[in-house]
Design a protein around this ligand. Structure first.
Ligand SMILES: Nc1nc2c(ncn2[C@@H]2O[C@H](COP(=O)(O)OP(=O)(O)O)[C@@H](O)[C@H]2O)c(=O)[nH]1
Ligand SMILES: [Mg+2]
Length: 290
């Protein structure tokens, strides 16, 4: 019997403060639009996994909510590598943050790759200065500056990550795109489409709850409720003659069709759950807290 081929593989968590570019980074590293990346706090609610596979390597990237919002110590201690995003437009503030320093010290057993983001705000000659500033301030394994939306530094970051991963063989089947269920991935695609077409504050205050996830006529049939937090938001989400809701469904279906195995039929309904973001039971029901 031949031994299974050994490739570099493992788990990489992406951590950092709110809006430091974690979700944009996981989407760029995995070449998939799996998680919403928007300039609005709280877009990422729970850890989201995304698997990047090639012939020679396999990486499960895990996007996480901002450090001040949620910290799953067990998650960070069980991954092979942590990529820590630091917004380079406020690098000193990031490096001095007690939250960040305590995170680094609690995870010092792990390889941590420091990833200054938003480097497109600065000319290339200044990028070395970020590396110097970080290296004077913390113990580090590697520092790789990136701009995820424009792809700068992404290939190099992937190479550095692979260097730190063990050779252990495949962890997942080739077709596997995420550790999450198709149901969860579809609900995230609906959330991505909300942020794409609605004002951010309305998108962030709209919870997606999937009520039915079945097969009808060989298609994946998904009925989902969009719970808005105010009555006045309902009309905005539905739009004139349902145009906005149709737009949301079209964008979500397009995104989801790249991640799930069958064609998708999305049936979206808008409901009002007054002030749900302030209600603990509603937050539990919608998957925002556990
Ligand atoms: N110009 C620029 N924008 C970025 C960069 N990284 C992320 N963004 C944008 O910044 C916003 C917040 O990014 P996001 O990935 O959601 O941050 P997160 O809260 O850490 O997950 C989004 O609008 C991203 O498109 C970057 O390197 N350069
Ligand atoms: Mg995020």
């Amino acid at each position: 019997m031949t031994e299974p081929a050994r490739i570099r593989s493992g788990y990489v968590a992406i951590a950092g403060s709110a809006n430091s570019g974690k979700s944009a980074l996981i989407n760029a590293l995995s070449c998939r639009n799996i998680t919403p990346s928007y300039n609005y706090k709280g877009t990422t609610r729970v850890p989201i996994s995304c698997i990047y596979s090639t012939e020679s390597d396999q990486v499960c990237f895990i996007d996480t909510p901002p450090l001040n919002y949620y910290e799953d110590e067990q998650l960070f201690s069980s991954v092979d590598i942590i990529c820590l995003t630091l917004n380079s437009t406020g690098l000193s503030t990031e490096l001095e943050s007690p939250l960040l320093r305590s995170f680094i010290s609690r995870n010092r057993e792990h390889p941590i790759i420091f990833v200054p983001t938003f480097i497109d705000y600065f000319p290339a000659e200044l990028h070395g200065a970020f590396t110097n500033q970080i290296s004077m301030s913390v113990n580090y394994q590697e520092i790789v500056p990136v701009c995820a939306p424009c792809g700068q530094g992404i290939t190099r970051l992937r190479e550095v990550i692979l260097k730190y991963l063990p050779e252990r063989g495949k962890l997942f089947p080739d077709a596997c795109t995420s550790l999450h269920s198709e149901r969860f991935l579809v609900s995230e695609q609906i959330r991505i489409s909300l942020f794409r077409v609605l004002p951010s504050e309305i998108a962030a205050a709209t919870a997606v709850q999937i009520e039915e996830f079945s097969i009808r006529d060989e298609k994946r049939y998904v009925r989902a409720n969009l719970h808005v937090a105010r009555h006045s938001n309902k009309g905005v989400v539905i739009g004139r003659r349902g145009a906005m809701l149709q737009n949301i469904a079209d964008i979500a279906s397009k995104g989801a069709s790249r991640l799930i195995e069958r064609p998708l039929y999305l049936d979206l309904w808008v409901k009002v759950r007054e002030s749900w973001p302030e209600n603990h039971d509603d937050l539990i029901e919608f998957g925002y807290v556990f």
